[in-house]
Design a protein around this ligand. Structure first.
Ligand code: SF4
Length: 332
């Protein structure tokens, strides 16, 4: 890896997550390795159901009750989140990491005004002076103003239902950055918004994260969104990170057969034809394939792929891939 491990804000090592269901144990994460450097904007890209949300929820310890972590570590600034006490987790959520969800209506309480909710977040942040109401008020108005909200004082007195979807997501961005944060996690933050404002909201998120010197994890199923927003991309497939590279490098060359297939799915607007789909589907996590989980869909699958799990190998320039094709050739 190109960066020193002690500069990581978040590092996930060999994380396995399972969900208990009536049908049996669903093995969703299958040894995820992942890191985010200080001030870095990282996108996690992959199909729906590949484990992106499960990965980031483990950072905040907000996995559902039926989950189990049989193996792995989640480090936030070197501290294992999975071993934190409830008081340490409260500090982590109050001032270390904030999360912006897909649906802003789910994150805002309908019976409190925007101002009351923002001030509560600021009060719980532990920032200097944050216990005083006038400081909470001032920081909340300032955060709304920084997201180019018209008339922030009026927004403070509004209830969520009085705002449009785009404005509610702006409020969530303002709320997540109203006090200093080491890390912002945004889970498909524009999926539920009108296409015409998706771009504005993503630009705003990127600009606010940069101006506050926070790190960002953006979850998206769109390589186009990842390209516009991130410094580095992780490609995730069926509970594993299969490739990572600086964004420009990844768009220049894709090594993993799944990433290559994802690239072919991008619609071409310049007369290059209609985008292809990826044949097959994500495996059943109750009985996932033994070795490489992409093997049933991979046109290059070999005998070894069906019994052994490929691990990341470094290919230079921060590019890493988990695929035996490169190992077989003795490099990338
Ligand atoms: Fe395909 Fe094998 Fe590489 Fe998996 S490890 S992507 S099955 S070639």
């Amino acid at each position: 890896m190109s960066v020193a491990a002690d500069s990581f804000v978040v590092q996930i090592k060999d994380l396995h997550v399972e969900y208990k269901t009536y049908a049996g144990m669903v093995k969703v994460l299958n040894g995820v390795n992942f890191h985010v450097d200080a001030g870095e904007k990282v996108a996690i890209v992959g199909e729906t159901g590949c484990g992106k949300t499960t990965t980031v929820k483990s950072i905040l310890r907000i996995l559902p009750r039926n989950s189990r972590i049989p193996k792995g570590e989640v480090l936030f600034k070197g501290e294992n989140v999975l071993k934190m006490t409830p008081a340490q987790v409260r500090i982590l959520r109050g001032s270390g990491v904030s999360m912006i969800f897909q649906d802003p209506t789910m994150s805002l309480n309908p019976v409190f005004t925007i101002g009351e909710q923002m001030m509560e977040v600021i009060r719980n942040s532990g920032s200097p002076g944050a216990e005083k109401r006038e400081v909470q008020q001032e920081l909340a108005v300032m955060a709304l103003r920084e997201t180019a909200m018209p008339d922030p004082e009026r927004i403070m007195l509004s209830y969520p239902f009085q705002l449009s979807g785009g404005m509610r997501q702006r409020v969530c961005i303002a709320m997540s950055l109203s006090t200093p944060r080491d890390m912002v996690i945004a889970d498909e933050p524009t999926t539920n918004l009108d296409v015409t404002i998706q771009d504005q909201v993503l630009k705003l998120l990127k600009e606010r994260v940069e101006s506050k010197h926070s790190s960002l994890i953006l979850i998206t199923h769109s390589l186009g969104v990842a390209r516009e927003t991130s410094d580095r991309i992780y490609v995730m497939y069926a509970g594993n990170m299969v490739e990572t590279a600086p964004t420009k490098e990844l768009f220049g060359e894709q090594l993993h057969p799944y990433t290559q297939a994802l690239m072919r799915c991008i619609p071409r607007l310049s007369g290059g034809g209609v985008a292809e789909g990826i044949p097959g589907r994500i495996p059943n996590y109750l009985t996932p394939p033994e070795g490489c989980r992409f093997a049933p869909r991979c046109p290059h699958a070999m005998e070894r792929c069906r019994s052994e799990k490929p691990e990341f190998i470094a290919c230079g320039n921060g590019h890493m891939v988990a695929c035996f094709l490169y190992d077989e050739k003795g490099g990338c």
